[in-house]
Write a protein that binds this ligand. Structure first.
Ligand code: BES
Ligand code: MN
Ligand code: ZN
Length: 497
């Protein structure tokens, strides 16, 4: 879908949509359309009792007096209540609907729907953003029933606004966020026979064309560093484990970096503590945290963010095998701390233990944020609406909560503390990798905290949000790309310039 911005015109062919605020009769552009159609719009509004309430729309087909195949009025409610997500949803919903209607050329007029908080350029760009996010498809492995015939993609979308140049500028940034999200969605959607650790690392390497410095540490390099915890997880796999370090140095030379760390379990069988078969195919998405970090690095580099940012992803495959780790085995992590493996299915924390330690040790970042599809328990607690947030820092937590609300990628903080930490003390080693049924997501976070070395840190448990999230106006993909927008905003609002 080609997206462009132009001045407002009602003379176009194809489908024409107009976002309208609450009103009893046509105003502004709608009034012009009403005039051109000799009052057809007003009659239709009256007949359908359409007043522009949010979530409502009105469609008029083949009107006389205009070239458009159809006109859709989309209710946006009172401008004072306008939100970014309402604008994105309007763009997304229109794309879904007009794809089904097999329209190939679409114009959306975004006029008079700005508010005190959202200016006209931002409003127009957000409609484009929602439209673009909705247009994502992942059908590379379908050879027969591609949706190209039943719902052909829209070829051209024009966002019409009185402030086209300013909207274009905002879109130049937002489109890079969409690109990063699409990269993350692609990575999560790929099956594990295609996207194994070395292949994931190869794809991360392509970020170097955006100016990201990408290093790949293989098993020999990680052995030298003493990463016995991460390597333990990959030990039962035919595929070599990888640690990928991405660096975007867009900030001042002496400025401490911010760091993002991702769990990249390309497939999680559970290992010797094998998972039951039902739904195991979803574990191809157990690298959602790493996908987000990679997508974020893409976005930051593509929009030339004025920040020094590090992305570290631990890539492994968790398989049962003659060489695999067993329950009861004791691993020595890079930090020197020892870990008794109680359950080989609690592997994500073993990967992150070494990735987190390595990140703080090498880069001394301002903060570390890790993302991981870490526990099933987080879905029991929060469902798929919120990701779990755990942190040793109130300020960072507050920033993440606020950014999440603003971008529609919400996080909910859960408690941590010594009483929970005690649950992972081990009889034989410094700690064990599970803390029992109670507070499963919290004890996982306590485990991670033992590897942050007092660095300012937040952990996002994205098991419920990175994949298999319910379809929405702006996302129909299994892999959602969750977290890219949230963290891009965190950087943009607080760590740039
Ligand atoms: N990758 C899973 C968590 C998961 C489950 C993510 C479902 C997405 C959907 C993780 O490695 C895991 O298996 N966690 C165990 C931990 C337990 C053994 C302490 C879990 O949640 O059951
Ligand atoms: Mn597991
Ligand atoms: Zn896992």
């Amino acid at each position: 879908m080609n997206i462009s911005f132009s001045d407002i015109s009602i003379a176009k062919t194809g489908a024409l949509a107009v976002l309208v605020g609450e009103t009893a009769s046509p105003r502004g552009i709608a009034a012009d359309l009403d005039k051109a159609t000799k009052g057809a719009l007003k009659r239709a509004m009256k007949a359908a009792d359409f007043t522009g309430k949010p979530g409502t729309s009105l469609e008029i087909m083949g009107s006389q007096g205009i070239a458009a195949s159809r006109v859709i009025l989309v209710g946006m409610g009172k401008t004072g209540d306008l939100s970014l997500s309402a604008l994105e949803n309007a763009g997304g919903t229109l794309v879904g609907r007009l794809e089904k209607a097999k329209e190939s050329t679409v114009a959306i007029i975004v006029d008079n729907v700005s508010s005190a908080k959202i200016d006209a350029a931002e409003a127009a760009a957000r409609v484009a953003f929602g439209a673009r996010l909705r247009s994502y498809r992942f059908e590379k492995y379908k050879t027969v029933k591609k949706t190209d015939k039943t719902t052909p993609p829209i070829k051209s979308l024009t966002i019409m606004t009185a402030v086209a140049p300013a909207a274009r500028k905002t879109w130049a940034t937002l489109s890079k966020v969409a690109d990063g999200m699409f990269l993350a969605r692609d990575l999560v959607n790929e099956p594990a026979n295609i996207l194994f650790p070395a292949e994931f690392a190869r794809r991360a390497k392509t970020l170097s064309k955006l100016g990201v410095k990408v290093e790949v540490l293989n098993e020999a390099a990680m052995t030298k560093l003493g990463m016995g915890s991460l390597l333990g997880v990959g030990q039962g796999s035919e595929r070599d484990s990888q640690l990928v370090v991405m660096r975007w140095m867009g900030g001042k030379a002496n400025e401490k970096p911010v760091a993002f760390v991702g769990k990249g379990v390309c497939f999680d069988t559970g290992g010797i503590s094998l998972k039951p078969p039902a739904g195991m195919e979803d574990m191809k998405g157990d690298m959602g945290g790493a996908a987000c970090v990679t997508g974020l690095m893409h976005t930051l580099a593509a929009r030339k963010a004025k920040v020094n940012a590090i992305g570290v992803i631990g890539l492994v495959e968790n398989m049962p095998d003659g060489k695999a780790i067993r329950p009861g085995d004791i691993l020595t992590s890079m930090s020197g701390q020892t870990i008794e493996v109680i359950n080989t299915d609690a592997e994500g924390r073993l990967v992150l233990a070494d990735a987190l330690w390595y990140t703080q040790d090498r880069f001394k970042p301002q903060f570390m944020i890790d993302l991981a599809t870490l526990t099933g328990a987080i879905m029991v607690a929060l469902g798929r609406e919120y990701a779990g947030l755990f942190s040793n820092d109130d300020k960072l937590s507050k920033m993440l909560s606020d950014c999440g609300e603003a971008e529609g990628e919400k996080v909910w903080r859960l408690p941590m503390g010594p009483a929970y930490d005690k649950q992972i003390n081990s009889r034989f080693a410094d700690m064990k990798n599970t803390g029992g049924r109670d507070g499963g997501s919290i004890t996982a976070a306590q485990f991670l905290e033992r590897f942050v070395n007092k660095t300012t840190w937040a952990h996002l448990d994205v098991a419920g949000t990175a994949m298999n999230s319910p379809a929405s106006a702006i996302n129909q993909s299994w892999g959602s790309g969750w977290g890219v927008r949230l963290l891009n905003r965190l950087v943009a609002d607080h760590y740039e310039g």
